[in-house]
Design a protein around this ligand. Structure first.
Ligand code: 9YT
Length: 131
């Protein structure tokens, strides 16, 4: 069994920061679970464009509020504490964070570790089976 606390992640290479977010990666490909699990903070007042072409991601908001904008349809969906969105169509989207948002994110296939978004808002495809 793997037991891990957020405090063990903060300040290590598994805490990854970009301009608009900080992702604390609690489970990664090396844990061989078939997914990665992140506790991610989205900074207040920011907009993040994402398009995970190589991954499926589920995002469960546990604090804060904002809007997810689906670029293909133009739909804007309010996201707050207790709301999940799952990018089952690899949907290109923009997350508008009104306040700081705390998100629990699950990626399939799992991230390897230090990934940050490329120019399209994607993470690179995993290069080995299971992540
Ligand atoms: C909600 C979201 O996808 N934010 C971007 C960061 C990413 N999910 C991560 O690596 O934790």
């Amino acid at each position: 069994m793997i037991v891990r606390s957020l405090a063990q992640i903060v300040g290590t290479p598994a805490e990854v920061s970009a301009k608009t977010w900080t992702s604390r990666r609690l489970l990664l490909a090396g844990d061989r679970m078939g997914f990665s699990l992140h506790d991610t903070l989205i900074h207040a007042g920011t907009q993040t464009r994402m398009w995970y072409q190589n991954h499926l991601e589920a995002v469960y908001c546990v604090a804060g509020k904002g809007t997810v904008e689906v670029l293909k349809s133009g739909e804007k969906i309010a996201i707050g504490e207790g709301t999940l969105y799952a990018l089952d169509q690899h949907d290109e989207h923009v997350l508008h964070a009104e306040t700081e948002m705390r998100m629990i994110c699950v990626f399939n296939p799992p991230l390897l570790g230090g990934e940050v978004h490329d120019e399209n808002g994607a993470y690179p495809a995993a290069k080995h089976p299971g992540g």
